[in-house]
Design a protein around this ligand. Sequence first.
Ligand code: UT7
Length: 331
Amino acid sequence: MSKGVKPFSRITGLGVGIPENVLTNADLEKIVDTTDDWISSRTGIKERRIMKKGERTSDYCIKAAKEALAEAQLDPELLDAIIIGTISPDMRFPATAIYVQEAIGAKNAAAWDVSATCSGWLYSLFMADTMIAAKRAKNILVIGAEMLTPMVDWTDRATCVLFGDAAGAAVVSEAVDDRGILSVVIGSNGTFADLLYCVGHGTAGYATPSGQENGNRFLRMNGNEVFRHAVRVLERTAKEAVERAGLEPSDIDWLVPHQANTRIIKATAERMNLPMEQVFMNIHKYGNTSTASVPLAIYEARKEGKLLPGQNMLSVVFGGGFTWGGSVIRF
Ligand code: UT7
């Protein structure tokens, strides 16, 4: 009998949707006053993927969903729910999950979106695990998808170099043995809501009808302050997720964290006493893909043969709101 709590649910399939367009640091040098050296040394990012005009977030969700369902060998009609963590939906409504439901033929699923910034996928995983534990569902498709390109201010060098577009999907089903989701913890703190936000088409912009022209549609971030809080909260969340899983930090084989900044990732690994050889990073290829970052990283880590059966993986994420989440999954 392995150490740790008994899981209620497990991931049976993973998939991704990644735009073809690559935007390198050299490309950005031509758009804003920045350098490859600054971006690489301060963030770890070398390039990111960018959606094309005319595409929708759901296009990438559908691609990711089909791949995840194929791996899980699950008929879409057996899905009880589709939950998408996103702050860049196709439209104000209906939810992006509705378009995914229709496209994949999941006619027995309830479908909705979750707004929790970078933590959206983990918040959705929390819901899926809880619903399965409560025996209200058997199979749930959990997607994290972000197409931030339309809300990035391409004249603001402090933010436009950071983000990329992607979607990642996981099929979550009932656990059958001691492998699966051992813990998911989530949290928020609204005190710092004005450090990272986008007014967009929200009611907060209603008083200024020309809001769309005067910059309301753009994402704004005080990166420095966010950084400071992220390091502290991620350590606390990582420790909580490990404890809830019934494990010690030394039982963790892999840290597959939110890919926002290599310096944040290194600080988290250090505080968890994990050597960098046990940390998975793909930030150099994709930048910060917000809520897609963790499922995309898990997908790629597994493709590289890094999450072997029986190994314990810790994921942690921090985003605007603030919101945060952590999870320990045994593969
Ligand atoms: O995923 C959601 C959560 N988000 C995060 O976790 C992001 C957290 N924050 C960060 O990752 C970092 O704070 C950033 C990467 C955003 C910024 O790094 P930093 O080391 O905190 O830089 P800074 O904002 O303190 O700026 C340092 C300098 C400034 O110049 P001065 O005032 O020292 O002359 C900036 O104007 O770097 C300048 N700068 C740039 N220079 C070249 C800011 N952006 C750029 C740029 N290229 N793109």
